[in-house]
Design a protein around this ligand. Structure first.
Ligand code: MSP
Length: 514
Protein backbone atom coordinates (compact mmCIF):
# COMPACT_ATOMS: atom_id res chain seq x y z
CA UNK A 1 0.00 0.00 0.00
CA UNK A 2 1.21 3.51 -0.76
CA UNK A 3 0.97 6.46 1.60
CA UNK A 4 1.65 10.01 0.45
CA UNK A 5 1.85 12.55 3.26
CA UNK A 6 2.77 16.22 3.06
CA UNK A 7 3.45 19.15 5.37
CA UNK A 8 2.99 22.71 4.17
CA UNK A 9 6.05 24.09 2.47
CA UNK A 10 7.31 26.71 4.88
CA UNK A 11 8.00 30.34 4.07
CA UNK A 12 11.67 31.21 4.06
CA UNK A 13 11.18 34.70 5.50
CA UNK A 14 12.46 33.34 8.80
CA UNK A 15 14.20 30.27 10.20
CA UNK A 16 12.05 27.40 11.56
CA UNK A 17 10.34 27.60 14.93
CA UNK A 18 8.54 24.95 16.93
CA UNK A 19 5.24 25.70 15.20
CA UNK A 20 6.78 24.39 11.99
CA UNK A 21 8.46 21.56 13.87
CA UNK A 22 5.07 20.57 15.28
CA UNK A 23 3.64 19.76 11.84
CA UNK A 24 6.85 18.18 10.58
CA UNK A 25 7.25 15.91 13.61
CA UNK A 26 3.59 14.86 13.48
CA UNK A 27 3.92 13.97 9.81
CA UNK A 28 7.13 12.12 10.58
CA UNK A 29 5.56 10.01 13.32
CA UNK A 30 2.82 9.03 10.90
CA UNK A 31 5.27 8.34 8.07
CA UNK A 32 7.41 6.15 10.32
CA UNK A 33 4.33 4.39 11.63
CA UNK A 34 3.13 3.57 8.13
CA UNK A 35 6.59 2.38 7.07
CA UNK A 36 6.65 0.05 10.08
CA UNK A 37 3.37 -1.35 8.81
CA UNK A 38 4.90 -2.13 5.46
CA UNK A 39 3.48 0.80 3.50
CA UNK A 40 5.42 2.46 0.75
CA UNK A 41 5.64 5.99 2.09
CA UNK A 42 6.38 9.24 0.33
CA UNK A 43 6.77 12.05 2.83
CA UNK A 44 7.15 15.48 1.25
CA UNK A 45 8.15 18.74 2.84
CA UNK A 46 9.99 21.80 1.60
CA UNK A 47 10.18 25.56 1.40
CA UNK A 48 7.99 28.23 -0.16
CA UNK A 49 10.34 30.80 -1.61
CA UNK A 50 8.59 33.30 -3.87
CA UNK A 51 6.65 36.50 -3.26
CA UNK A 52 7.03 40.00 -1.93
CA UNK A 53 7.47 38.92 1.66
CA UNK A 54 10.57 36.87 0.82
CA UNK A 55 11.99 39.52 -1.49
CA UNK A 56 11.62 42.09 1.32
CA UNK A 57 13.25 39.82 3.91
CA UNK A 58 16.15 39.22 1.50
CA UNK A 59 16.59 42.94 0.89
CA UNK A 60 16.61 43.55 4.63
CA UNK A 61 19.34 40.95 5.03
CA UNK A 62 21.33 42.60 2.20
CA UNK A 63 21.15 39.49 0.05
CA UNK A 64 19.70 38.55 -3.30
CA UNK A 65 16.41 36.65 -2.97
CA UNK A 66 18.05 33.45 -4.20
CA UNK A 67 21.00 33.72 -1.75
CA UNK A 68 18.59 34.39 1.06
CA UNK A 69 16.33 31.46 0.12
CA UNK A 70 19.33 29.14 -0.14
CA UNK A 71 20.35 30.08 3.37
CA UNK A 72 16.96 29.76 5.09
CA UNK A 73 16.00 26.67 3.15
CA UNK A 74 19.28 25.17 4.35
CA UNK A 75 18.33 26.05 7.93
CA UNK A 76 15.07 24.14 7.52
CA UNK A 77 16.93 21.14 6.16
CA UNK A 78 19.35 21.23 9.10
CA UNK A 79 16.54 21.54 11.64
CA UNK A 80 14.65 18.60 10.16
CA UNK A 81 17.78 16.49 10.14
CA UNK A 82 18.40 17.21 13.81
CA UNK A 83 14.80 16.30 14.60
CA UNK A 84 15.26 13.04 12.67
CA UNK A 85 12.60 13.89 10.13
CA UNK A 86 12.56 11.19 7.46
CA UNK A 87 11.14 13.15 4.53
CA UNK A 88 11.60 11.39 1.19
CA UNK A 89 11.95 14.63 -0.71
CA UNK A 90 12.43 18.31 0.03
CA UNK A 91 10.95 20.60 -2.58
CA UNK A 92 11.92 24.22 -3.05
CA UNK A 93 9.64 26.38 -5.15
CA UNK A 94 12.74 27.84 -6.79
CA UNK A 95 13.65 24.37 -8.15
CA UNK A 96 13.76 24.51 -11.95
CA UNK A 97 11.53 21.44 -12.27
CA UNK A 98 8.89 23.03 -10.02
CA UNK A 99 8.96 26.31 -11.91
CA UNK A 100 8.56 24.52 -15.20
CA UNK A 101 5.66 22.40 -13.89
CA UNK A 102 3.87 25.47 -12.49
CA UNK A 103 4.03 27.10 -15.93
CA UNK A 104 2.76 23.90 -17.54
CA UNK A 105 -0.16 23.71 -15.10
CA UNK A 106 -1.13 27.37 -15.50
CA UNK A 107 -0.93 27.17 -19.28
CA UNK A 108 -3.38 24.27 -19.21
CA UNK A 109 -5.68 26.17 -16.87
CA UNK A 110 -5.54 29.12 -19.25
CA UNK A 111 -6.16 26.97 -22.31
CA UNK A 112 -9.19 25.33 -20.72
CA UNK A 113 -10.83 28.73 -20.16
CA UNK A 114 -10.45 28.74 -16.38
CA UNK A 115 -8.57 32.05 -16.27
CA UNK A 116 -9.50 35.56 -17.33
CA UNK A 117 -7.95 39.02 -17.07
CA UNK A 118 -9.60 41.61 -14.83
CA UNK A 119 -8.76 44.98 -13.39
CA UNK A 120 -8.87 44.89 -9.66
CA UNK A 121 -8.49 47.40 -6.87
CA UNK A 122 -8.34 46.39 -3.28
CA UNK A 123 -6.66 46.55 0.10
CA UNK A 124 -3.57 44.44 0.10
CA UNK A 125 -1.73 43.17 3.16
CA UNK A 126 1.90 42.58 2.19
CA UNK A 127 2.82 40.16 5.01
CA UNK A 128 -0.33 38.07 4.27
CA UNK A 129 0.34 38.29 0.54
CA UNK A 130 -3.34 38.79 -0.09
CA UNK A 131 -6.12 41.27 -0.69
CA UNK A 132 -8.34 41.74 2.35
CA UNK A 133 -12.06 42.52 2.42
CA UNK A 134 -13.34 45.26 4.77
CA UNK A 135 -14.82 42.64 7.08
CA UNK A 136 -11.37 41.03 7.42
CA UNK A 137 -9.93 44.16 9.10
CA UNK A 138 -9.94 44.95 12.82
CA UNK A 139 -11.39 48.13 14.42
CA UNK A 140 -8.24 50.11 13.55
CA UNK A 141 -8.72 49.06 9.92
CA UNK A 142 -5.56 46.97 10.18
CA UNK A 143 -4.87 43.37 9.28
CA UNK A 144 -5.77 41.47 12.47
CA UNK A 145 -2.75 39.18 12.10
CA UNK A 146 -0.11 41.75 11.26
CA UNK A 147 -1.53 44.88 12.90
CA UNK A 148 -0.62 46.84 9.79
CA UNK A 149 -2.82 48.97 7.54
CA UNK A 150 -3.25 47.29 4.15
CA UNK A 151 -2.14 49.32 1.14
CA UNK A 152 -4.48 50.18 -1.73
CA UNK A 153 -3.48 48.33 -4.82
CA UNK A 154 -4.87 48.36 -8.26
CA UNK A 155 -3.69 46.02 -10.92
CA UNK A 156 -4.81 43.94 -13.83
CA UNK A 157 -4.55 40.30 -12.84
CA UNK A 158 -5.50 36.90 -14.09
CA UNK A 159 -8.39 35.45 -12.17
CA UNK A 160 -9.26 31.81 -11.64
CA UNK A 161 -12.96 30.93 -11.91
CA UNK A 162 -13.16 29.62 -8.36
CA UNK A 163 -16.86 30.54 -8.23
CA UNK A 164 -17.64 27.84 -10.78
CA UNK A 165 -16.52 25.08 -8.44
CA UNK A 166 -18.53 25.69 -5.32
CA UNK A 167 -21.15 22.98 -5.88
CA UNK A 168 -18.57 20.43 -6.98
CA UNK A 169 -16.51 21.16 -3.87
CA UNK A 170 -19.47 20.82 -1.52
CA UNK A 171 -20.43 17.54 -3.17
CA UNK A 172 -16.95 16.06 -2.93
CA UNK A 173 -16.53 17.10 0.69
CA UNK A 174 -19.94 15.91 1.86
CA UNK A 175 -20.44 12.75 -0.17
CA UNK A 176 -18.34 9.95 1.35
CA UNK A 177 -19.21 7.70 -1.56
CA UNK A 178 -18.06 10.16 -4.25
CA UNK A 179 -15.16 8.59 -6.17
CA UNK A 180 -13.27 11.85 -5.70
CA UNK A 181 -14.28 12.37 -2.05
CA UNK A 182 -12.05 14.63 0.04
CA UNK A 183 -12.24 14.32 3.80
CA UNK A 184 -11.63 17.37 5.99
CA UNK A 185 -10.49 16.63 9.54
CA UNK A 186 -11.19 17.13 12.38
CA UNK A 187 -15.00 17.18 11.79
CA UNK A 188 -15.42 20.64 13.39
CA UNK A 189 -13.17 22.07 10.69
CA UNK A 190 -15.15 20.31 8.00
CA UNK A 191 -18.35 21.91 9.33
CA UNK A 192 -16.64 25.32 9.31
CA UNK A 193 -15.55 24.97 5.71
CA UNK A 194 -18.91 23.64 4.55
CA UNK A 195 -20.67 26.41 6.48
CA UNK A 196 -18.54 29.03 4.76
CA UNK A 197 -18.99 27.45 1.36
CA UNK A 198 -22.75 27.36 1.73
CA UNK A 199 -23.12 30.82 3.26
CA UNK A 200 -22.17 32.86 0.22
CA UNK A 201 -21.07 32.43 -3.37
CA UNK A 202 -17.34 31.97 -3.86
CA UNK A 203 -15.47 34.86 -5.39
CA UNK A 204 -13.00 34.26 -8.17
CA UNK A 205 -9.42 34.72 -7.04
CA UNK A 206 -6.53 36.46 -8.66
CA UNK A 207 -3.71 34.07 -9.45
CA UNK A 208 -1.10 36.48 -10.71
CA UNK A 209 0.69 39.67 -9.74
CA UNK A 210 1.83 42.42 -12.07
CA UNK A 211 3.97 44.10 -9.43
CA UNK A 212 5.96 41.26 -7.94
CA UNK A 213 9.13 40.29 -9.71
CA UNK A 214 10.24 37.51 -7.39
CA UNK A 215 7.93 34.84 -8.72
CA UNK A 216 7.32 32.47 -11.61
CA UNK A 217 6.45 34.35 -14.83
CA UNK A 218 3.16 33.30 -16.42
CA UNK A 219 3.85 31.43 -19.65
CA UNK A 220 1.09 33.35 -21.46
CA UNK A 221 1.92 36.79 -20.06
CA UNK A 222 5.52 37.41 -19.07
CA UNK A 223 4.62 40.72 -17.41
CA UNK A 224 2.92 38.84 -14.58
CA UNK A 225 4.16 36.35 -12.04
CA UNK A 226 2.17 33.56 -10.41
CA UNK A 227 0.58 34.45 -7.07
CA UNK A 228 2.75 32.80 -4.44
CA UNK A 229 -0.05 30.67 -3.02
CA UNK A 230 -0.89 29.14 -6.41
CA UNK A 231 2.79 28.45 -7.00
CA UNK A 232 3.08 26.94 -3.50
CA UNK A 233 0.04 24.65 -3.56
CA UNK A 234 1.24 23.09 -6.78
CA UNK A 235 4.30 21.74 -4.97
CA UNK A 236 2.29 18.71 -3.89
CA UNK A 237 2.07 17.47 -7.46
CA UNK A 238 5.15 19.01 -9.05
CA UNK A 239 7.41 17.21 -6.56
CA UNK A 240 6.07 13.88 -7.80
CA UNK A 241 6.76 14.66 -11.43
CA UNK A 242 3.29 15.79 -12.51
CA UNK A 243 4.56 17.56 -15.61
CA UNK A 244 5.93 14.36 -17.13
CA UNK A 245 3.15 12.18 -15.73
CA UNK A 246 5.94 10.20 -14.07
CA UNK A 247 5.60 6.78 -12.50
CA UNK A 248 6.05 8.37 -9.07
CA UNK A 249 3.18 10.75 -9.75
CA UNK A 250 0.95 7.94 -10.98
CA UNK A 251 1.80 5.84 -7.96
CA UNK A 252 1.50 8.41 -5.18
CA UNK A 253 -1.11 10.94 -6.28
CA UNK A 254 -3.71 11.57 -4.84
CA UNK A 255 -2.15 12.49 -1.52
CA UNK A 256 -3.38 10.45 1.42
CA UNK A 257 -2.98 13.32 3.90
CA UNK A 258 -2.16 17.01 3.58
CA UNK A 259 -1.22 18.08 7.08
CA UNK A 260 -1.19 21.72 8.25
CA UNK A 261 -2.50 24.10 10.88
CA UNK A 262 -5.92 25.65 10.67
CA UNK A 263 -4.48 28.99 9.43
CA UNK A 264 -4.13 27.66 5.91
CA UNK A 265 -7.02 25.20 5.75
CA UNK A 266 -9.10 27.34 3.36
CA UNK A 267 -6.29 27.31 0.80
CA UNK A 268 -5.99 23.53 1.09
CA UNK A 269 -9.64 22.56 1.28
CA UNK A 270 -11.18 25.03 -1.17
CA UNK A 271 -8.71 26.77 -3.48
CA UNK A 272 -6.40 23.81 -4.04
CA UNK A 273 -9.13 21.24 -4.72
CA UNK A 274 -10.89 23.67 -7.06
CA UNK A 275 -7.65 24.05 -9.03
CA UNK A 276 -7.42 20.27 -9.21
CA UNK A 277 -11.04 19.78 -10.31
CA UNK A 278 -10.54 22.41 -12.98
CA UNK A 279 -7.55 20.45 -14.26
CA UNK A 280 -9.11 17.00 -14.06
CA UNK A 281 -6.74 15.84 -11.32
CA UNK A 282 -8.12 13.75 -8.41
CA UNK A 283 -8.44 15.40 -5.01
CA UNK A 284 -6.30 14.64 -1.96
CA UNK A 285 -8.02 12.00 0.15
CA UNK A 286 -7.68 13.86 3.40
CA UNK A 287 -6.85 17.36 4.55
CA UNK A 288 -6.09 17.50 8.25
CA UNK A 289 -5.82 20.82 10.10
CA UNK A 290 -4.28 20.78 13.56
CA UNK A 291 -4.52 23.55 16.13
CA UNK A 292 -2.31 26.53 16.66
CA UNK A 293 -0.28 26.82 19.77
CA UNK A 294 0.69 29.77 21.83
CA UNK A 295 3.66 30.21 24.17
CA UNK A 296 2.73 31.14 27.72
CA UNK A 297 -0.67 32.21 26.44
CA UNK A 298 0.71 34.45 23.69
CA UNK A 299 1.05 34.11 19.96
CA UNK A 300 4.64 33.36 18.97
CA UNK A 301 6.16 36.43 17.39
CA UNK A 302 9.44 38.14 16.80
CA UNK A 303 8.12 41.36 18.31
CA UNK A 304 7.25 39.61 21.55
CA UNK A 305 10.57 37.79 21.43
CA UNK A 306 8.95 34.56 22.59
CA UNK A 307 9.80 32.34 19.64
CA UNK A 308 11.05 28.88 20.56
CA UNK A 309 13.38 27.40 17.96
CA UNK A 310 13.76 23.65 17.48
CA UNK A 311 17.41 23.98 18.51
CA UNK A 312 16.42 25.22 21.93
CA UNK A 313 14.22 22.18 22.48
CA UNK A 314 16.87 19.82 21.19
CA UNK A 315 19.54 21.39 23.39
CA UNK A 316 17.36 21.21 26.48
CA UNK A 317 15.82 17.78 26.05
CA UNK A 318 17.57 15.96 23.20
CA UNK A 319 16.04 15.27 19.78
CA UNK A 320 13.89 12.29 20.81
CA UNK A 321 12.35 13.94 23.84
CA UNK A 322 11.73 17.11 21.80
CA UNK A 323 9.67 15.09 19.33
CA UNK A 324 7.78 13.30 22.05
CA UNK A 325 7.08 16.41 24.09
CA UNK A 326 5.57 18.64 21.43
CA UNK A 327 3.11 15.96 20.40
CA UNK A 328 2.14 14.85 23.89
CA UNK A 329 1.22 18.16 25.48
CA UNK A 330 -2.23 18.70 24.00
CA UNK A 331 -4.61 17.09 21.50
CA UNK A 332 -3.57 17.51 17.90
CA UNK A 333 -6.74 19.01 16.49
CA UNK A 334 -7.21 21.84 18.99
CA UNK A 335 -5.32 24.95 20.04
CA UNK A 336 -3.00 24.63 22.99
CA UNK A 337 -0.53 26.51 25.09
CA UNK A 338 3.10 25.59 25.63
CA UNK A 339 5.42 26.83 28.32
CA UNK A 340 9.04 26.00 29.00
CA UNK A 341 8.09 24.96 32.53
CA UNK A 342 5.34 22.70 31.18
CA UNK A 343 7.74 21.03 28.78
CA UNK A 344 10.27 20.39 31.57
CA UNK A 345 7.61 19.04 33.88
CA UNK A 346 6.35 16.66 31.21
CA UNK A 347 9.91 15.58 30.39
CA UNK A 348 10.59 14.74 34.01
CA UNK A 349 7.34 12.91 34.61
CA UNK A 350 6.95 10.92 31.37
CA UNK A 351 10.51 10.37 30.31
CA UNK A 352 12.95 10.73 33.23
CA UNK A 353 10.72 9.26 35.94
CA UNK A 354 8.57 6.86 34.00
CA UNK A 355 10.22 5.49 30.86
CA UNK A 356 13.84 6.12 31.91
CA UNK A 357 13.19 4.58 35.27
CA UNK A 358 11.52 1.51 33.76
CA UNK A 359 14.48 0.81 31.48
CA UNK A 360 16.92 1.41 34.30
CA UNK A 361 15.19 -0.83 36.80
CA UNK A 362 14.47 -3.62 34.32
CA UNK A 363 18.09 -3.81 33.23
CA UNK A 364 19.24 -3.56 36.85
CA UNK A 365 17.11 -6.52 37.89
CA UNK A 366 18.34 -8.70 35.03
CA UNK A 367 21.93 -7.66 35.75
CA UNK A 368 21.72 -8.37 39.47
CA UNK A 369 19.58 -11.49 39.55
CA UNK A 370 20.38 -13.18 36.26
CA UNK A 371 23.96 -12.13 35.57
CA UNK A 372 22.87 -9.91 32.64
CA UNK A 373 21.41 -12.90 30.80
CA UNK A 374 17.74 -12.86 29.81
CA UNK A 375 16.32 -16.06 31.29
CA UNK A 376 13.94 -18.56 29.68
CA UNK A 377 10.31 -17.57 29.97
CA UNK A 378 7.04 -17.03 28.20
CA UNK A 379 4.31 -14.43 27.96
CA UNK A 380 1.35 -16.38 29.24
CA UNK A 381 -2.29 -15.61 28.49
CA UNK A 382 -3.69 -13.26 31.09
CA UNK A 383 -0.22 -12.04 32.14
CA UNK A 384 0.70 -8.39 32.66
CA UNK A 385 2.91 -8.52 29.56
CA UNK A 386 0.07 -9.78 27.46
CA UNK A 387 -2.15 -7.00 28.81
CA UNK A 388 0.42 -4.36 27.88
CA UNK A 389 0.70 -5.73 24.36
CA UNK A 390 -3.02 -5.94 23.84
CA UNK A 391 -3.61 -2.41 25.18
CA UNK A 392 -0.93 -0.96 22.95
CA UNK A 393 -2.31 -2.84 19.95
CA UNK A 394 -5.74 -1.39 20.52
CA UNK A 395 -4.21 2.10 20.82
CA UNK A 396 -2.84 1.89 17.29
CA UNK A 397 -6.10 3.31 15.99
CA UNK A 398 -5.24 6.53 17.84
CA UNK A 399 -2.14 6.96 15.71
CA UNK A 400 -4.14 6.27 12.58
CA UNK A 401 -6.54 9.03 13.68
CA UNK A 402 -3.66 11.42 14.41
CA UNK A 403 -4.57 11.45 18.09
CA UNK A 404 -0.94 11.68 19.12
CA UNK A 405 -1.41 12.88 22.68
CA UNK A 406 -3.89 10.10 23.41
CA UNK A 407 -1.41 7.60 22.01
CA UNK A 408 1.42 8.92 24.19
CA UNK A 409 -0.99 8.71 27.14
CA UNK A 410 -1.48 5.00 26.33
CA UNK A 411 2.28 4.60 26.23
CA UNK A 412 2.48 6.14 29.69
CA UNK A 413 -0.23 3.78 30.97
CA UNK A 414 1.77 0.84 29.62
CA UNK A 415 4.94 2.15 31.27
CA UNK A 416 3.08 2.66 34.57
CA UNK A 417 1.81 -0.91 34.42
CA UNK A 418 5.31 -2.22 33.73
CA UNK A 419 6.77 -0.20 36.61
CA UNK A 420 4.06 -1.47 38.93
CA UNK A 421 4.83 -5.03 37.87
CA UNK A 422 8.39 -4.60 39.14
CA UNK A 423 7.08 -3.18 42.40
CA UNK A 424 4.50 -5.92 42.85
CA UNK A 425 6.70 -8.88 41.98
CA UNK A 426 9.70 -7.42 43.89
CA UNK A 427 12.42 -9.54 42.24
CA UNK A 428 14.87 -8.53 45.05
CA UNK A 429 12.64 -10.35 47.55
CA UNK A 430 12.18 -13.33 45.25
CA UNK A 431 15.96 -13.61 44.97
CA UNK A 432 16.34 -13.58 48.74
CA UNK A 433 13.71 -16.27 49.05
CA UNK A 434 15.14 -18.34 46.21
CA UNK A 435 11.74 -18.21 44.56
CA UNK A 436 11.82 -20.53 41.49
CA UNK A 437 9.49 -18.13 39.63
CA UNK A 438 12.22 -15.46 39.53
CA UNK A 439 13.59 -16.28 36.02
CA UNK A 440 10.10 -16.22 34.57
CA UNK A 441 9.36 -12.87 36.23
CA UNK A 442 12.62 -11.41 34.91
CA UNK A 443 11.74 -12.62 31.44
CA UNK A 444 8.40 -10.83 31.70
CA UNK A 445 10.11 -7.67 32.91
CA UNK A 446 12.25 -7.74 29.78
CA UNK A 447 9.15 -8.50 27.68
CA UNK A 448 7.27 -5.47 29.02
CA UNK A 449 10.17 -3.18 28.25
CA UNK A 450 10.72 -4.64 24.81
CA UNK A 451 7.08 -4.37 23.75
CA UNK A 452 6.96 -0.72 24.88
CA UNK A 453 10.25 -0.05 23.09
CA UNK A 454 8.79 -1.20 19.76
CA UNK A 455 5.83 1.12 20.21
CA UNK A 456 7.84 4.24 21.07
CA UNK A 457 9.83 3.94 17.86
CA UNK A 458 7.85 6.40 15.68
CA UNK A 459 8.16 9.07 18.38
CA UNK A 460 11.63 8.37 19.77
CA UNK A 461 13.65 6.42 17.21
CA UNK A 462 17.04 6.82 18.92
CA UNK A 463 15.82 5.90 22.38
CA UNK A 464 14.00 2.91 20.99
CA UNK A 465 17.17 1.64 19.29
CA UNK A 466 19.21 2.29 22.46
CA UNK A 467 16.89 0.27 24.71
CA UNK A 468 16.73 -2.45 22.08
CA UNK A 469 20.52 -2.78 22.19
CA UNK A 470 20.50 -2.69 25.97
CA UNK A 471 18.22 -5.71 25.84
CA UNK A 472 20.93 -7.50 23.91
CA UNK A 473 19.39 -7.25 20.44
CA UNK A 474 21.71 -7.22 17.45
CA UNK A 475 19.19 -6.61 14.66
CA UNK A 476 17.92 -3.01 14.54
CA UNK A 477 14.62 -2.23 16.23
CA UNK A 478 13.34 -0.80 12.97
CA UNK A 479 13.83 -3.92 10.89
CA UNK A 480 12.54 -6.23 13.64
CA UNK A 481 9.53 -4.06 14.42
CA UNK A 482 8.69 -4.02 10.69
CA UNK A 483 8.51 -7.80 10.78
CA UNK A 484 6.21 -7.64 13.79
CA UNK A 485 3.86 -4.90 12.59
CA UNK A 486 3.91 -6.25 9.05
CA UNK A 487 2.97 -9.82 10.00
CA UNK A 488 -0.65 -10.99 9.74
CA UNK A 489 -1.70 -12.27 12.17
CA UNK A 490 0.92 -10.45 14.24
CA UNK A 491 3.82 -12.69 15.21
CA UNK A 492 4.75 -11.43 18.65
CA UNK A 493 7.95 -13.48 18.81
CA UNK A 494 9.56 -10.55 16.97
CA UNK A 495 9.10 -8.19 19.90
CA UNK A 496 9.61 -10.63 22.78
CA UNK A 497 12.99 -11.04 24.46
CA UNK A 498 15.54 -13.61 23.37
CA UNK A 499 16.44 -15.89 26.28
CA UNK A 500 20.22 -16.04 26.50
CA UNK A 501 20.68 -12.51 25.12
CA UNK A 502 23.10 -10.47 27.20
CA UNK A 503 21.90 -7.09 28.41
CA UNK A 504 24.13 -4.06 28.52
CA UNK A 505 23.22 -1.03 30.51
CA UNK A 506 24.76 2.10 29.09
CA UNK A 507 24.09 5.32 30.96
CA UNK A 508 20.89 7.09 31.86
CA UNK A 509 18.41 7.60 29.02
CA UNK A 510 16.73 10.75 30.30
CA UNK A 511 18.61 12.59 33.08
CA UNK A 512 16.27 14.58 35.28
CA UNK A 513 16.16 18.31 34.55
CA UNK A 514 15.78 20.82 37.38
N1 MSP B 1 4.07 28.84 2.84
C1 MSP B 1 2.77 28.67 3.41
C2 MSP B 1 2.27 27.26 3.18
C3 MSP B 1 2.15 26.85 1.78
S1 MSP B 1 1.66 25.21 1.62
C4 MSP B 1 1.26 25.02 0.02
C5 MSP B 1 2.84 28.91 4.92
N2 MSP B 1 4.03 28.80 5.48
S2 MSP B 1 4.36 29.04 7.03
O1 MSP B 1 5.80 28.99 7.13
O2 MSP B 1 3.71 30.20 7.51
O3 MSP B 1 3.85 27.78 7.77
C6 MSP B 1 2.55 27.64 8.21
C7 MSP B 1 2.43 26.29 8.88
O4 MSP B 1 3.41 26.18 9.95
C8 MSP B 1 1.12 26.08 9.60
O5 MSP B 1 0.09 25.65 8.76
C9 MSP B 1 1.52 25.00 10.57
O6 MSP B 1 1.70 23.79 9.87
C10 MSP B 1 2.87 25.49 11.06
N3 MSP B 1 2.77 26.43 12.18
C11 MSP B 1 3.31 27.68 12.23
N4 MSP B 1 3.08 28.23 13.45
C12 MSP B 1 2.39 27.37 14.22
C13 MSP B 1 1.87 27.41 15.54
N5 MSP B 1 2.05 28.43 16.34
N6 MSP B 1 1.16 26.34 15.96
C14 MSP B 1 0.96 25.24 15.17
N7 MSP B 1 1.43 25.19 13.92
C15 MSP B 1 2.15 26.22 13.41
O7 MSP B 1 1.81 29.16 5.52
Amino acid sequence: MKFYITTPIYYVNDTPHIGHAYTSVAADVLARWRRLNGHEVFYLTGTDEHGAKIAQAAAKAGQSPKEFCDYISGEYKKAWEKLQITNDDFIRTTDTAHESAVKYFLQKLHDSGNLYLKKYEGMYCVPCEKFLATQDLNEDLCCPDHKQKPVTRSEENYFFKLSAYRDKLIERILDDAHPDHMEICPPERKSEIIGKLKAAPLEDISISRATIEWGIPLPFDKAQTAYVWIDALLNYITALGYENNSEVFKKFWPADVHLMAKDILWFHSVIWPAMLIASGIPLPKKVFAHGFFTIDGQKMSKTLGNIIRPDELINSFGPDAARYLILSLFPFGVDGDISRAGLTERYNSDLANNLGNLANRTLDMIEKFSGKVIPQGAVLPGSVSEGILSNLSSSEQLLENLEFSRFTASLQTAIDTANRYIQNTAPWKMAKENNPELPSVLYNLAANLKIITAYILPFMPMTSQKIWEQLGETESVESTAKKFFGSAPRDKSFILPHPGAVTQKTGILFPRIK
